[in-house]
Design a protein. Structure first.
Length: 554
């Protein structure tokens, strides 16, 4: 933490370290002058209209479930505070938070001798894990022994990362422990509180409804008779990807994504003591996906430390992007668990990365908040939309090519293995998923899967690493060869499995990460290639810890 730095000193833009000469100020346009003159009456009128509408809407929907009016409440509160922010400074809230955090909490924490500080912190966090797992009422999906199994798994995974750490003496234990604590708190809010569960269900419903708007464009293009009755992956997923990426590009143009990612990165920089650049990338990964999130700090990638490069790659492997949510929705996967897993994996990916590859160099953005700026050359919203659609089409082609090649290669490898197995007297088909089922057997037990379901789930984990999460989720829900794996395993194992499979950690994504990041910083391709496999395993483990925490709380 750096309590002595002011907010102005701690904020830098992505155009640093090479600052460009500032252009001379232009004369404000007529519309700018008009807006400035009538800004107050305009916002007052907007607030009055929104309040009247909100009152009538609530009056008409008073018998409706809370979840139905929650979006309306959220929109109203957002517009209200956005309006107040134009005229009233809320800096006193930030000052109060900073005073509490730096002036009280951190000073009290630093009264403990440095050698004991992390030990006390670790004991307190572990005690919280243990107490919650023991005091929670047992349910049909989780007994105390099941929860202790998941807790034991978390400890073992962290211990394995500790003994394989690149620089054990330099581990930032505050970052590691805080990451686990944040992940646990998020899981607790979603899985054990009604408000948290309803909030994430609302986000899931909004995401599902939003992505379904892509059907309008697809139906126009392919006709209703062809599109609506289709159950193919391409028909259900690819239009939604193009629509989502186009929308996100428009939000980028308006500055919305930069604002959201900036706020999240401030939180992680302050709380976890990570660098500004890696915090921005980790915060953006669940929204825009692996690789692309690094574009927000493109000017820094070439100057990042090895630990920072490992961290930004890990965060990409540990999460999925919003553009592919429709793919999982078409497979009837619960989006609430997927969104929760993604958010939980942000702090865990940073924590595990700093455990696996600790910082030993001086980071350019250590303790400083990087404010992401608008990227690209979009002229207006329509231009941004068309550029987003083109980018979405590129992403669709990459996914299609990847799926075709990977699934075909898997089929070829399985046929070849079965052929060799035949000459060894193995009558059952010898496949990569069969082999992976045994390799991942102990690891699957560690995340809390019931003994009778271990083999089925371990095959899915292996399939996810070798192919991708799409193939693993499809296999999880497929009924083509009889009952689906989901119907064959317990409810507890179903939830944990959906958490564990959520993430881009697979062999195919290694090439994507190296390609995207390498194009941003060509001089660092060698470093990226050397650390890619380690980052993939770290990202995979982060999602598995999210699954273990879900198992601990069920």
């Amino acid at each position: 933490m750096h309590p002595d730095n002011s907010n102005e000193e701690s904020r830098i833009s992505v155009d640093e370290p090479e600052k460009k000469a500032q252009a001379p100020e232009e004369e404000p346009s007529f519309m700018s002058k008009l807006y400035k003159k009538f800004k107050l009456p305009f916002f007052i009128l907007l607030w009055v209209l929104m309040t009247v509408y909100f009152g009538f809407a609530l009056g008409l929907r008073k018998r409706t479930a809370t979840s139905d009016v929650l979006p309306l409440i959220f929109i109203y509160v957002f517009i209200l505070f956005k309006t107040l922010g134009e005229f009233v400074s809320f800096s006193f809230l930030g000052d109060a938070v900073n005073y509490f955090w730096d002036g009280i909490l951190m000073r009290t924490f630093h009264l403990i001798p440095p050698r004991l500080r992390n030990i006390v912190y670790a004991i307190v966090v572990f005690a919280a894990f243990l107490i919650v797992s023991l005091l929670l009422h047992t349910t049909a999906t989780g007994s105390r022994s099941n929860r202790i199994q998941s807790l034991f798994g978390i400890v073992i995974i962290l211990f394995l990362f500790f003994i394989t750490s690149k620089h054990r003496k330099h581990i930032a234990w505050h970052t590691v422990i805080t990451g686990q604590l944040l992940q646990f708190i998020l899981g607790l809010l979603v899985l054990k509180t009604y408000a948290g569960l309803q909030f994430f269900k609302w986000i899931s419903d909004i995401a599902s409804t939003f992505l379904n708007f892509s059907r309008a464009g697809a139906s126009f293009l392919f006709s209703d008779s062809i599109y609506e009755g289709s159950s193919t992956f391409a028909a259900n997923v690819f239009p939604a990807i193009i629509f989502f990426v186009s929308f996100i590009q428009m939000v980028y143009y308006l500055g919305g994504m930069q604002w959201l990612v900036g706020k999240l990165s401030i939180f992680f920089t302050r709380v976890m003591d990570t660098s500004g650049a890696e915090s921005v990338v980790a915060s953006a990964s669940p929204f825009v996906g692996q690789g692309e999130s690094a574009i927000l700090v493109a000017n820094y990638v070439d100057l990042m430390t090895l630990s920072e490069l490992h961290a930004i790659m890990t965060s990409g492997f540990a999460t999925i992007s919003g553009s592919v949510l429709s793919g999982y929705l078409s497979l009837q996967i619960d989006l609430t668990y997927l969104i929760t897993s993604c958010i939980m994996s942000i702090p865990c990916s940073l924590a595990l990365s700093k455990l696996r590859y600790p910082e030993t160099e001086d980071s350019l953005t250590k303790g400083r908040v990087v404010v992401p700026e608008r990227t690209g050359e979009d002229i207006n919203l329509l231009h941004a939309s068309s550029n987003g659609a083109a980018l979405g089409m590129t992403l669709v082609l990459m996914i299609a090519a990847s799926l075709i090649s990977i699934i075909s290669l898997l089929q070829f490898a399985n046929t070849l293995l079965s052929w060799f197995g035949y000459f060894l007297g193995i009558t059952a088909p010898l496949t990569l998923t069969l082999i992976a089922g045994y390799i991942f057997y102990p690891f699957t037990w560690l995340i809390g899967i019931a003994p009778k379901d271990l083999y089925q789930v371990s095959k899915l984990l292996g399939l996810k690493l070798m192919a991708n999460e799409f193939v693993a989720y499809a296999t999880f829900t497929s009924t083509a060869a009889g009952p689906s794996i989901r119907s064959m395993i317990s409810t507890r194992s179903q939830v944990i499995t959906q958490f564990a499979l959520c993430g881009f950690a697979n062999l195919g994504s290694v090439g994507i990460q190296i390609g995207v990041l390498g194009s941003i910083a060509p001089k660092r391709k060698g470093d990226l290639a050397r650390m890619a496999l380690s980052a993939m395993i770290t990202g995979f483990s982060a999602t598995c810890i999210s699954a273990a925490i879900a198992g601990l709380l069920l």
